[in-house]
Design a protein around this ligand. Structure first.
Ligand code: NDP
Length: 327
């Protein structure tokens, strides 16, 4: 396993980590979730990603039970939660980034995960109804209480993140140190353009999500529609429609030809492409089967095969490299 600095912190995070969205407490049995965590930990993964909304709290319950069973040294891994969406009775006080929901959401996540503190605590989305200063102060209360070690954002705009930093500086508090954006061969703008100043001047780290675009970049949808995938889950038709478009599949086909040419499977190729970006601190993997995870771990050893020539050919296929403003 390779370890990378999480932005400007002293934390060394594994370049590949494991997430639980749609899988833990939903698509897969708890025994499979446990196995995936064990395989990941043995491969050197030291970060497990979660959120209050995943399977409406069940994902954290499954992960918490596994952590308790494995009894790994608490100092050897990091676990996250994310606050924003809530899920209980959907009352107005049970969601968002108010001081109330942040403090109560953290207490509830700690209980479900059976931990005394959360290593990385994310604001899952920006909350337009709550002043950013209130959110920054609530996160710092949790940090001062020892319930959270680091806090960050997910899918916030660069401007919102910068505002959080300004509020933190004004009150001598800790600002957000990591962001969790979607990043994959199809989704590039935030990481490759919007956030560049935050990387350079704030030392922001990133824990990127959906590196395989929900599995589309594994290439398994090129010839037929496998039945045992997340796109077959009732209620996830929107995810299938968003990701399985003719346009995307055409690009995946060309990427697969290139990956074949350099002797890589497409999942390894697509993950190595994410890892190659130095502003990626960790790529959060999703997996519903053990073999997927094991294959994906080989991506690190594949990075060197993405030579400048291969990277250029990827651009020719994708045609989506963000154009940077020329100041
Ligand atoms: P991916 O885009 O990598 O999709 C993972 C899925 O792709 C797997 O569950 C599996 O799905 C399929 N897959 C993975 N590896 C292979 C392989 N080698 N061969 C074939 N199929 C494969 O990541 P996720 O979308 O799961 O996101 C990763 C994590 O990011 C989440 O678990 C979560 O922790 C985080 N996340 C954060 C969000 C946020 O808003 N902050 C939003 C979404 C995710 P299948 O069962 O269909 O085969």
């Amino acid at each position: 396993m390779e370890y990378r600095k999480l932005g400007n912190t002293g934390i060394q995070i594994s370049a590949l980590s494991l997430g639980s969205w749609l899988t833990f407490g939903k698509q897969i049995d708890d025994s499979v979730a446990e196995k995936l965590m064990e395989v990941a930990y043995e491969a050197g993964v030291n970060f497990f990603d979660n959120a209050e909304i995943y399977a409406r709290g069940k994902s954290e319950l499954v992960m918490g039970a596994a952590l308790k069973k494995f009894n790994w040294s608490r100092s050897s891994y990091m676990v996250s939660s994310k606050v924003f969406f809530g899920f209980e009775d959907n009352k107005p006080t049970q969601r968002g980034l108010s001081r109330k929901h942040i403090i109560e959401g953290c207490e509830a996540a700690m209980k479900r995960l059976q931990v005394d503190y959360i290593d990385l605590y994310f604001c899952h989305r920006p909350d337009k109804q709550t002043p950013i200063s209130e959110t920054v102060q609530a996160m710092n209360t949790l940090i001062q209480q020892g319930k959270v070690l680091y806090w960050g954002t997910s899918e916030w705009s660069a401007q919102e993140i910068l505002q959080a930093h300004l509020e933190a500086v004004r009150h001598n508090l800790m600002g957000p140190i990591m962001e969790q954006p979607q990043y994959n061969l199809f989704e590039r703008k935030k990481l490759e353009d919007d956030y560049l100043h935050l990387f350079k001047y704030q030392g922001m780290g990133t824990t990127i999500w959906s590196p395989l675009a929900s599995g589309v970049l594994s290439g398994k949808y090129l010839n037929d529609m496998p039945s045992d995938t997340r796109f077959g889950i009732e209620g996830l038709e929107w995810l299938k429609e968003r990701n399985l478009t003719v346009e995307k599949l055409e690009k995946v086909k060309s990427l697969k030809n290139l990956a074949d040419e350099i002797g890589l499977s497409l999942p390894k190729f697509a993950l190595a492409w994410c890892l190659k970006n130095p502003n990626v601190s960790t790529v959060i993997l999703g997996a519903s089967k053990e073999f997927q995870l094991k294959e994906n771990f080989e991506a690190i050893a594949s990075i060197s095969l993405l030579t400048p020539d291969v990277m250029e050919r990827i651009e020719t296929i994708m045609q989506n490299k963000p154009v940077l403003a020329d100041f």
